[in-house]
Unconditional design. Sequence first.
Length: 148
Amino acid sequence: MADTQEFQGFGCNGGNLSPQLSWTGAPEGTEAFAIQVYDPDAPTGSGWWHWQLVNIPKDVTTLAAGAGDLSKDLTPSGSINIKNDYGVPGFGGACPPKGHGVHRYQFTVHALSQKLELPEDASGALTGYMVRAHSLASSTIEALYKRD
């Protein structure tokens, strides 16, 4: 990943810009999509949720760069941004500890069998559970990032 996808804070000075994402080939029965961005290498014991956007309308197949920044108003209508592990809704960029080596950032799109009903303050774990429970299919791309 580029520095533009690095977090702004926690000692990181990047652009905190979510990348442009597109997908095709949703299976029959898709009623919505979800995007999850996860770092399994974070030294937390449970990884790190960088972004979870759920209930993306089924006719949307692309997100513009910066869609994870709520102030830009680029998130598709009806979508819900879940609080990331930085504690704010929307995209939170990469910020691995200095010297911790390469971290994997998994960008996964899920085709959902239904829109998710989640409490307003849903945790990342609850959201992850509900996404997986209603995922008809998914595809993941992995980006790498490290700080020396």
